[in-house]
Write a protein that binds this ligand. Sequence first.
Ligand code: ADP
Length: 400
Amino acid sequence: MKILVLNCGSSSLKYQLFDMQGEAVMAKGLVERIGIAGSRVKHVRVSGKDTIREGDIPDHTEAIKIVLGLLTGADTGVIASLGDISAVGHRVVHGGEKYAKSVMVDSSVIASIEECIYLAPLHNPANLAGIHAMQTSLPGVPNVAVFDTAFHQTMPPEAFLYGVPYKYYEKDKVRRYSFHGTSHMFVSGRAAEVLGRPIESLKIITCHLGNGSSLAAVDGGRCVDASMGMSTVPGIIMGTRSGDVDSAVALYLVEREGGAARASDILNKESGLLGISGLSSDLRDIESAAAEGNERACLAVNMLTRSVKKYIASYAAVMGGADAIAFTAGIGENSDSVRRDSLAGLEFMGVKIDEAKNKGLRGKEAVISSSDSRVKVMVIPTNEELMIARDTLKLTQKKA
Ligand code: ADP
C-alpha cells in the first residue's frame, strides 16, 4: 500500500511517498515559493536521480499536479500510475479541542478545520488548500488529517487553562493547545521501545528543539503538559520566536510599535535567537559566533539552554519524576552542547550525561546518559511523516 504524506505551508509543500510494506520512503520533495515568483520543486527519489524544476506555480492545486506528475513521470517516477496511491495523509496544524486523534477527512472535518483558522491563521488555510487540491486531483482517494494539537488534548484543565476569566475559555476556547504533537508522540513511543518498557509505565520528557521548539511531559503515554500555548510563540526561546514573555511586554509592544500586527511580527519573526544575537536565527551561526567570543551569541545560547532546563525540571515536578528525557529535531538531534548545557545541574533529579556518548552525536538514535543515571537521556530523530503515514494506514484500513 502506497501512502502520500503532505505538509502544506502557506507558500510551500513538503511531500513523502511511503511504501507501507517495510515503511520505506520511495520519493520525497519540497515545493517552494508557491504563489510567489521563482517557484522551485526539488524531487528526490530514493533510488534514482533528483529532479529540480523551476517555473512559477500559482497555487497548491497546481503544485500538487506537478508533484503527482513527478511521482508517475517516465524519468522521475516511482509508481506506475496515480491509482497506486491508496490514501493521502495531511499534516494539519490546528484541530482545536475537537480532535484528540487523526480522522478521515469529510465535509464536517473540513468545516472544523475552517473553524480553527482564527487559532492558526497562517497554517490551517494552507493545510486546507492541500486537502482541497488532493480532492480535485485524486478524487475518491481517502484523505486523513493528522493534527499537531491532537496529542496534547489529554492535558488536564489545570495545565491548559490560563488564569484569565473562565468565560474566554467558554466563549472563544482561549487556552493552551501546544503543537508538534505528532513529533512528541513519535519520540515518546520510540523512547519507550528503546527502554524496552511499556509506555504506560513511563514518565518521559520530550524536547523538540528546532526552529520552532516545544517540550512535553508524557505520563503513561499521555501528554500532561506542553510548552507552547494558544499560539506557537510561548515556551522556550526559539529561532525567531520569543518564547515566554510577560503579557505586559506584548501589550507594551502593541502600544510602542503601533498595533497588534506589528507586535505579533516582532514576537514571531524578530525575537528569539535572532532578536537576542542580532545575527541569525540559525543555531549553527550562533554557535560559531559564540565560539569566536561574540557575547550576544553566547547570551542567546545561554538563554536557550536555561529555558530548556527550567522546563525539564518543572515537568519532572509535575509528573513526580522522570524515567527518560528525549531530545529531537534539528537542535535536539545535532547540538551536543545544547544537550549538555540544558542538562547541567540536573544531577539532583538523577540526570547524569555521558559526555563521551553525547559529544559529536548528530542525527542518530542513541542513549547518552551514563549507565548509572537514574533518568535515561536519549537522542531520537523525529519522523513526523512516518507517524502521519501510519495513522493514515490505520484509519483507511479500518474503513476498508
Ligand atoms: P524546523 O522547526 O524548521 O523543522 P529543524 O528541526 O530543521 O527546524 O531545526 C533547525 C535548527 O536546527 C536550526 O537552528 C539549525 O541551526 C539547527 N541545527 C541543524 N543542524 C545543526 C548542527 N549540526 N548543529 C547545531 N544546530 C543544528
